[in-house]
Design a protein around this ligand. Sequence first.
Ligand SMILES: Nc1ncnc2c1ncn2[C@@H]1O[C@H](COP(=O)(O)OP(=O)(O)OP(=O)(O)O)[C@@H](O)[C@H]1O
Ligand SMILES: [Mg+2]
Length: 231
Amino acid sequence: MITLENICKIYDRGRVEALRGVSLTVSRGDYLSVTGASGSGKTTLMHILGLLDAPTSGRYLLDGEDVSQLPPEERARLRGQAVGFVFQSFRLLQDLTALENAALPLAFQGVPERVRLARARELLEAVGLAGREGHRPKALSGGQQQRVAIARALATGPRLLLADEPTAGLDPEAASGVLALFDRLHKSGHTLILITHDPKAAARAARRASICAGKLKEEPHDQTGQDQLLP
Ligand SMILES: Nc1ncnc2c1ncn2[C@@H]1O[C@H](COP(=O)(O)OP(=O)(O)OP(=O)(O)O)[C@@H](O)[C@H]1O
Ligand SMILES: [Mg+2]
């Protein structure tokens, strides 16, 4: 589904080489984690994978289409259809209810209100928030807010779900709830990329990569892991 070939990203007129020749393939249904120290290039990689930014050089193929140098409007249009994002800080709109937040990406796509609220209701139920539809973010715990954000990320049925430090602001119990939800999404066929500082969170993913000073390295597959035993 995704092929990155020798992706470089240079900021600040050449003063910062954030990514230095990253190559990666991701197939539909993969669950990949990316760890790395602060400043190693994780968020830069997420921005490129998620079509928020373009690489300075290298090729990015998304389902066979070269999206490396799309004009910004086209990149934004494709992003809206193809990618769901989850951020550390949830980024929910405080004046909207959980249901309205989860439905928001569909409003941008012009989906009728009745349809988008029904879809958002299903998604909130799927992330374990049935009964919380009418609550505003302030009335929800951090873990619940993050699950609303995950429902929102799934609203448009994206091909790829990208999460940048989704558990960093959560207590251990809430974090483990979010990771359990990712496990379920993976099992149901979603394609997930999880960016995290936390080695324990990273270990949940079937594929693990780390990034160091802008270079990405994937760990060999664990042949004895449970993942291999699942159908
Ligand atoms: N817009 C920008 N302009 C200039 N430099 C940038 C920009 N964004 C990131 N950088 C630099 O690129 C490098 C990689 O940054 P990035 O945000 O990708 O790291 P990260 O791995 O996500 O770090 P953290 O774990 O702290 O979130 C850093 O040296 C950073 O200072
Ligand atoms: Mg970052």
